[in-house]
Design a binder for this molecule. Structure first.
Ligand code: M6R
Length: 360
């Protein structure tokens, strides 16, 4: 069942190249450089998007905000479903509500979606489980086609959600004319080659993650820092580490550090930074200098050629934004996985957690 892997989580991390291939199948028209999402044909292109989700799916939604706003120029609001469901709903014409849920059974996401539908407003579901409640009750549903996810810690499901959000950005971008033919073609080409790149990188990523364990598994707490699209991934890296290794971790947008959390930095509190080669590299570089000046240890996930004053450099190939996310995400997952294994934790069944949270 585990296909030769020690845990379902590891198997599911290594399934991500196939997950990307399956998500893209039938949805990319390379001949005309278009994205085809037949599920959306009955829905008008929204002028605003409101995302509701929990946990890892919420982090995917936050990532989607950056990508959709940039590709399709559609303003996106993302809310934790347990907060959203108890708020006064402010109706804005042209808004489409998007429920993101791997299981499609998360009580809060479903309740948020029901509240929206009671008001006669449109809901699109982004789900993995076919025929789940979120899928059945939405006006339209996009399936992520990631296959069953057994491990409580969500990995390949998030990867599939990111691919679908990216495709949504391209789809609405092409409908709204915000992307040139050249941009469409470049985006589709890089997406197409992604599974192959990821397959070749995963074994080395696992080795690199393992190397970091002896020293860093002693930490009682971690910061995960990112900026732009890497901020939601920093949140996800922290969640994964907490969930399966039981090491406290907090994700932050790096620029927010000096507004309070920097007070915690010392030698015993390491930072895991996402510092890709992009327009924000100088910014995160100077945030990391502030950490360094307070004796904080730093692991940085970065691209070749980037110069940073840090303790551990972890290089991944430069695919550009947002494609680097699809390498950064498994690196974070493998880091949490190897730390949990090193500490002897029950990786697939972490304490106090259920795979799908069907009660409040
Ligand atoms: O099935 P859903 O995507 O609605 O689940 C949401 C969260 O419960 C889930 O992502 C949770 O945070 C994971 N265990 C994280 O690994």
């Amino acid at each position: 069942q585990k296909g030769g892997y020690r845990h379902f989580m590891l198997k599911e991390i290594f399934e991500q190249p196939q997950v990307i291939t399956d998500c893209l199948a039938g949805r990319m028209d390379r001949k005309h450089n278009r994205v085809t999402l037949t599920e959306l044909e009955a829905l008008p292109t929204p002028s605003r998007l409101h995302i509701m989700a929990c946990g890892t799916s919420y982090h995917a939604g936050l990532w989607g905000k950056y990508v959709l706003e940039s590709l399709a120029r559609i303003p996106v609001n993302v809310e934790i479903a347990s907060e959203f469901r108890y708020k006064e709903l402010v109706e804005e014409p042209g808004t489409l509500y998007l429920s993101i849920s791997q299981s499609g059974e998360t009580a809060d996401t479903l309740a948020g979606q029901r509240m929206v539908r009671q008001k006669g407003l449109p809901v699109l579901g982004l789900c993995n489980v076919v025929g789940s409640s979120v899928a059945r009750e939405a006006d339209s549903v996009l399936y992520t086609q990631a296959g069953p996810e057994i491990s409580v810690a969500s990995t390949k499901a998030m990867c599939s959600q990111l691919v679908m959000l990216y495709l949504l950005g391209l789809y609405w971008g092409q409908n709204r004319g915000t992307l040139s033919a050249r941009e469409m073609s470049q985006n589709l080409l890089t997406l197409e080659t992604l599974p192959q790149t990821l397959t070749s990188q995963l074994p080395d990523m696992q080795k690199r993650a393992r190397q970091l364990c002896p020293e860093y598994s002693r930490a009682r707490s971690f910061f995960f820092l990112g900026r732009g699209i890497y901020y939601p991934l920093a949140l996800e890296g922290a969640l994964k580490l907490k969930e399966i290794s039981y090491i406290h971790a907090q994700g932050y947008p790096a620029g927010e550090l000096k507004h309070g959390p920097i007070a915690l930095i010392e030698q015993e509190l390491p930072t895991f930074a996402l510092a890709m080669q992009n327009h924000l590299l100088d910014k995160i570089g100077s945030n990391l200098m502030e950490v360094r000046a307070r004796n904080g240890k730093i692991i940085a996930l970065t691209n070749p050629g980037v110069e940073l004053d840090i303790d551990e450099k972890w290089e991944i190939p430069q695919l550009g934004d947002p494609l680097n996310s699809f390498l950064a995400l498994p690196a974070l997952q493998l880091f949490a996985y190897e730390m949990a294994v090193y500490l002897g934790k029950d990786v697939d069944q972490p304490r106090n957690l259920a795979k799908s949270v069907t009660v409040e």
